[in-house]
Design a protein. Sequence first.
Length: 148
Amino acid sequence: MLVLEKANVKRSGAISMGMDGLNNAIIPGHATPEQYVKEITMANDGIVNQAAVLAYAVRSFAMIQELDGWGVKFQKTESGAFDVKKVHHKGAYVLPMPEGYDLKKILTRQMRRVGVKVSNRIMATRLLTHDGRVVGALGFRRARVRSW
C-alpha cells in the first residue's frame, strides 16, 4: 500500500496539530447511524449524500475502537465508556480527545507498523483503475522553492 502526501505525512493536513475531538462519533447507546444521517441531513438543509453518510456512520464505532486500540486517547467516563457529548437534537456525537495533538504521530506510527509506504510532497491528480480496482496514480511532485 502506498500513501501519496501533498506535504509531509507527519504534520500535514487538517489534523496536523491534532484534534480536540471527533464531532461525528456514532457510539451505540448514544446514537444510531440512522439518527446521525437524519441530523446531518437537517443540519445541511438536505444537501448531503445520505448513502455515504450512512456508510460512514455504520463503520464509525469500529473505527473509534481501532483508534482507541492504537493509543488515541478519547475522553472516557469513570466506568471506562466513551464520554460522548450531545450537541444535536437527537443522539450524542461529540467524543472529546484530550490528547488529540498526538493523533498524527499515532497514525504515522501505525502506517509504518503495517508496512504502508509513503511518498511525501506528491499531489495525486488521478487514480488509474482496471476492473474496478486502483492500479496506479498520476500526480506531480512539488518543487522546493529556495530563496537566496
